[in-house]
Ligand binder design. Sequence first.
Ligand code: ADP
Ligand code: MG
Length: 562
Amino acid sequence: MSQPETRGFQTEVKELLQLMIHSLYSNPEIFLRELVSNASDACDKLRFEAVSDDALYEGDESLRIRVSFDEAAKTVTIEDNGIGMNRDEVIENIGTIARSGTKAFIQKLGQDKSKDLSQIGQFGVGFYSAFIVADEVSLTTRRAGMGPEHGVKWTSRGEGEYTLETVDKPERGTTIVLHLRDDHTDFANDWRLRSTIRKYSDHITFPVEMLKVPAPKADDAEEKTEETAEWERINDAQALWVRPKSEITDDEYTEFYKHVGHDWEAPLAWTHNRVEGKTEYTSLLYIPARAPFDLWDRESKQGVKLYVKRVFIMDDAEKLMPRYLRFVRGVIDSADLPLNVSREILQSNRVLDTIRQGSVKRVLGMLDQMASNDAEKYAKFWGTFGQVLKEGVGEDFGNREQIAGLLRFASTQAGSDEQNVSLKEVIGRMQEGQDEIYYIIADSYAAALASPHLEIFRKKGIEVLLLWDRIDEWLMSQLTEFDGKKFKSVTRAELSLDEAAEDEPEAKETQDALVERLKKTLGDQVDDVRISKRLVDSPACLVTTEEEMSLHLQRLLKEAGQ
Ligand code: ADP
Ligand code: MG
């Protein structure tokens, strides 16, 4: 034991705690989901570390989570025999330092009228949800493999500070005691806890146990009381993805998604596959309905968890999904990787490469299907993740054609800024003799639409794709062809449309004189001045030649000061 030491939380954590304490949130029970999920993560971590160091089990391999309560004392206790934490880890994980999601979550809540706290898990600060129901929280923990004297007790009332003490803790793992606020004492109740666990934690793969409710006592039951305290499992405790597809309901898939995706909303779609043959693995992959807060964060964690024979290995396996599919969530469970697989092995591993290729195919196939069967759903997907998917055109050469088929654009034909036209549709609407797909890139939809370059296309009824997203310039530098048709910017000079237009010989003389005058006046500022038939209403426009940078790119570089 040691003198308790008091430390302060960082400003942002303080702010977050205040939001918890003063929330009148209508789903306070989410605290249990978050704490049980942390307990389950801790068991996963122990099982993984124990693969290479058996001693961490300390002779007890049966990992489990226990929930109990004391009605008189108004407490709820959540206990796990997972990996536990040492003192530094406590400080780092739930102490002084704000995590990257803290600020993002506070901002989110600030904008959100309904103050939906259930999103907390997605921001990586789920632990603090304990303060929605508790006015005091204590966490006692000991890291597996360390002596009993290395226990650490963390206590806080959520008001700016916490205390740390060194304590004895014979059992490894973490015990959290919540002292319930007066308006939340209803959680110190067997039925309330059981139903909440079943609702939110059924898919946890470790047993979640509660004490058996004692049967009505027989007359001679006196002496048995203490010893008969028996724990019973109340969740399903089976890995969902190993069950046959036909036995899993949509609700179960959805609940499992909320768990792995740290999301509170149902997913848009999922694909569940058992792959047999040379490489055997099971994948259950989801497309979320909304973007995570860190979608554009370079450091953002990858969302697919890797398991080997149901043992959790890691959840930031960039090797499992390319960056352009970073919004995918789910699990991949392989039978062919060694259990003691290390990050180094994962760096270059044939099996993993095969799994990754197969999984990417599944995701793209799922999107293809969504696009052809449910346009509304696909529009929702495109609105949320379309900009990310565009990265795939340059990143994933092998799947470029398929990814291009999934792209959606605004066009002169569709007549709105909604990006809902596919390249296939554009090709289907091409005119006789047209063998190129035309596009224009501008700063905005309005600017693209107002471009004089479009006049001739409008007149001839030829469709032009309108692009204005930041990534589009890069996209079109990568995407040169689709289905055998080349892409052509309408600002490029060599336009076959010009040649097709018939000449009027009697105008030639006046035109030549005008061109000479313009060339003289503009001098070095232009390469050339040419008569064009592409303009209908505007007197002149700027064009670039095949080799030059496009106008939009030139403008971007100029803005960037280059
Ligand atoms: P997240 O689970 O998204 O990381 P939390 O706020 O829920 O965010 O938890 C913060 C961190 O605290 C966890 O990542 C973990 O390192 C640690 N932690 C929380 N609960 C436990 C536990 N029961 N056992 C071990 N570590 C825990
Ligand atoms: Mg958590």
